[in-house]
Ligand binder design. Structure first.
Ligand SMILES: Nc1ncnc2c1ncn2[C@@H]1O[C@H](COP(=O)(O)O)[C@@H](O)[C@H]1OP(=O)(O)O
Ligand SMILES: [Mg+2]
Ligand SMILES: [Mg+2]
Ligand SMILES: [Mg+2]
Length: 357
């Protein structure tokens, strides 16, 4: 095999596309807070998801017209609901990157409502282990998003079944690695919002890095590395807020077995991968409660690569390699165990003891 490609253009376009989409989701969130968008009919969710999907896919199609995209949403609800469509379009049409040159790299503003709907529907790839496929979750962690807590825009490029580029936009994660991770609007009280918002990215074989969301120009990228806890007694683990998505009680039993004493860091979305890659916590456990649930591949592609490139190991809960070439879901896997490479084996042993049988 030749030296790994550095995918510099893919990483740049993906990072800027995710940045543009986060500007959009923040607009949606603020319109929601100000009450101009009704909260009861769940439309903020769809307004956020649809618009972010359109903005990212349009940027990918402009730059890589031959690539496939597999994304979570599709446009039929917007096509049949002109009022919702107009709300989305009104915000989508206002969004651009602060830097004009970067904005034009993404193809500039979307032309009209039809271009927006077409972009949304260009995300129908069925996945697989051949060719180049972008996996996109335009908003992962909807509940976190609505709460003013953690959510992520998750974009990964999968080539022949392997994740080669990953970008996670985390508008509510701190850039500073000593800052606290908030998980709701009320957590923000007394905290300065200026330091919030980060984009994480990684290229296979080339490391992972972080940059502030709001940077105006220039690289300002900083490589990141996971902590390598000297002892598990000082480690902390991360899990979802929703007990329906993973088993808090089993995750607690695993942590106890490992001698972890710190309480879990609970947050929504793929931002959990970013949190451990940054060293804000150490281990991400996602033990399925419902064994028939298949994880969507767009929920994991970007975070998986970012953790691997920051010095981590990621497998499923049975210790198997995560297979991104099985279609739109991780059909060959159950759950996720992500940890610094040096302790991943120990974590898996504890998982097996509590859950594996
Ligand atoms: N039963 C389930 N088990 C595991 N994950 C789930 C389940 N239902 C939905 N999800 C997904 O979990 C992710 C967020 O979970 P968490 O924040 O707990 O990590 C979302 O992508 C969500 O999918 P979806 O995006 O379709 O809502
Ligand atoms: Mg998701
Ligand atoms: Mg989603
Ligand atoms: Mg969803």
């Amino acid at each position: 095999m030749s030296l790994p490609e550095n995918y510099a253009r893919e990483r740049r376009v993906a990072t800027l596309a995710v940045q543009r989409a986060t500007i959009y989701t923040q607009k949606v969130f603020h319109s929601l807070v100000k009450g101009t968008v009704s909260k009861d009919d769940r439309s903020p969710v769809t307004i956020g998801d649809f618009g972010a999907q359109a903005l990212v896919i349009a940027a990918i199609r402009h730059n890589f017209p031959d690539d496939e995209v597999a994304a979570e949403e599709e446009s039929s609800l917007l096509r049949s609901n002109p009022e919702l469509r107009d709300q989305v379009w009104k915000l989508v049409s206002q969004v651009c990157l602060p830097d004009a040159e970067e904005d034009s790299l993404l193809g500039g503003p979307l032309k009209d409502e039809n271009a927006m709907l077409d972009a949304i529907d260009a995300g129908k790839s069925t996945g697989g282990n051949r060719g180049r496929i972008w996996a996109l979750d335009p908003i992962d962690g909807t509940l976190g998003f609505l709460r003013g807590g953690q959510y992520a825009i998750s974009l990964g490029l999968i080539q022949d079944g392997e994740v080669v580029v990953g970008v996670l936009g985390c508008p509510n994660l701190p850039v500073d690695k000593t800052a606290r991770v908030i998980n709701s609007e009320s957590d923000r009280e007394g905290q300065n919002d200026d330091g919030l918002g980060a984009i994480y990215s990684a290229v296979a074989g080339h490391g992972a890095s972080i940059r502030p969301l709001a940077r105006r120009r220039g690289p300002e990228e900083e490589p990141i590395q996971m902590r390598e806890p000297l002892s598990l007694s000082v480690a902390s683990f991360c899990e979802g807020v929703e007990a329906a998505h993973s088993s808090h009680s089993q995750q607690k039993a695993i942590a106890e077995r490992l001698g972890i004493v710190a309480p879990p860091v609970r947050l929504d979305s793929a931002a959990k991968y970013a949190v451990i890659a940054r060293g804000l916590a150490d281990i991400y456990l996602r033990l399925p409660r419902n064994l028939s649930y298949e994880e969507n591949f767009w929920d994991h592609a970007a975070g998986y690569l970012i953790v691997k490139e920051a010095g981590g190991e990621v497998t499923d809960a049975m210790g198997r390699r995560v297979d991104f070439g099985k279609g739109r879901t991780l059909a060959a896997n159950k759950g996720i165990v992500a940890a610094p490479a040096g302790i991943h084996g120990k974590v898996l042993e504890a998982v097996r003891a509590v859950w594996g049988s």
